[in-house]
Design a binder for this molecule. Structure first.
Ligand SMILES: [Zn+2]
Length: 99
């Protein structure tokens, strides 16, 4: 991770990290500027904002939980949709154009 000094905009290094929660998703980064003429020291905040793609085990667990809650009829419909082009991998990669 690159940190830029907020004063001189040159490279800074992280000297230590203080986690603020047990999940280690929020922390303070203690930094110091590497520029000899600046030598500023400062603290950055770092936090997890949101998932772009959840971890694969969580995704699989979610899918399994959804499937477990479906009726036999719903499962049959899902299998038909998966077999059709509407749910093919190509259709997922190229979603239909919106008007
Ligand atoms: Zn600096």
């Amino acid at each position: 991770m690159r940190i830029d000094c907020p004063y001189c905009l040159k490279k800074a290094r992280i000297t230590s990290r203080n986690y603020l929660n047990e999940e280690k998703t929020v922390s303070e980064l203690y930094c110091e500027c590497t520029d000899r003429d600046c030598q500023a020291r400062f603290v950055f905040s770092l936090s997890l904002k949101h998932h772009i793609n959840p971890p694969a085990p969580i995704t699989q667990e979610l899918i399994q939980n959804l499937i477990n809650r479906m009726s036999q009829e719903e499962l049959g419909e899902l299998q038909k949709k998966i077999a059709s082009s509407a749910y093919s991998r190509e259709a997922i990669k190229k979603p239909p154009k919106r008007v």
